[in-house]
Design a protein around this ligand. Structure first.
Ligand SMILES: [Zn+2]
Length: 220
């Protein structure tokens, strides 16, 4: 059984082949996912003709790919990526201020201390994504980041400690460190925060501004 589907992330289109095949050697069914890259449409192209106040246009022009050093902001971006899983990125962007309010300014210290009352509050908040696995993962990851801050001085220093590293290494590291951080989430988050290149095309008007912000991927 073979399925073909088109997956959309950050406005980019990725062709994904999902195959469920009988494996004769092990006499078991095996599940395969193959992605065909490069993306058909870049985020840069997708937002080019949108008005300046459009959420995607604003994110592309002022946030996506720019260097981020503040731990809470890095955590907030991870919250956004985790919540996007399976959903439309524009929907998440429209809810950004709701996420910021619900998770108290993306304050790692506060979120790491969340108990059952806070979980109930978040799961009753129609302004964000009410998904128990995502809420649990965000709170768990805040606790993990607190541990990294204690050991490395900051979340940002922990990232710098492992930089530079290819996407496969980052995916393995995130898998053993955090919850709900699959390859797509890790890749998007690292590009968005400047640890991996590829957020903008070189002919994008924002590309030079991103370079001037000093993304880590430039410091190889
Ligand atoms: Zn761009």
């Amino acid at each position: 059984m073979v399925h073909l589907c088109v997956m959309r992330t950050k406005g980019k289109l990725t062709l994904q082949v999902v195959a469920f095949c009988w494996h004769f050697t092990s006499l078991r069914y095996k599940f395969y996912i193959m992605q065909i890259k490069p993306p058909l449409v870049s985020y840069c192209e997708q937002v080019r003709n949108l008005p300046p106040d459009n959420p995607d246009r604003k994110h592309h022009d002022h946030v996506h790919g720019f260097a981020v050093k503040d731990d809470n902001e890095l955590f907030g971006r991870l919250i956004m990526e985790i919540n996007q899983a399976g959903l439309n990125w524009t929907l998440i962007l429209k809810k950004e201020e709701n996420f910021r309010r619900a998770f108290e300014g993306f304050d790692i210290l506060k979120v790491a201390a969340y108990g059952e009352d806070d979980k109930s509050r978040l799961l009753a908040d129609a302004g964000i994504i009410r998904n128990r696995r995502k809420v649990d993962a965000v709170i768990h990851n805040a606790g993990v980041i607190r541990g990294l801050q204690r050991e490395y001085g900051s979340f940002s220093s922990w990232l710098d400690h492992h930089h530079p590293m290819g996407i496969d290494g980052w995916v393995r590291l995130f898998k053993k460190t955090f919850r709900f951080t699959g390859p797509e989430i890790v890749n998007e988050w690292l590009m968005s925060t400047g640890y991996l290149p590829g957020a903008h095309r070189e002919d994008c008007p924002v590309y030079d501004k991103v370079i001037r912000s000093g993304p880590e991927w430039l410091k190889l």
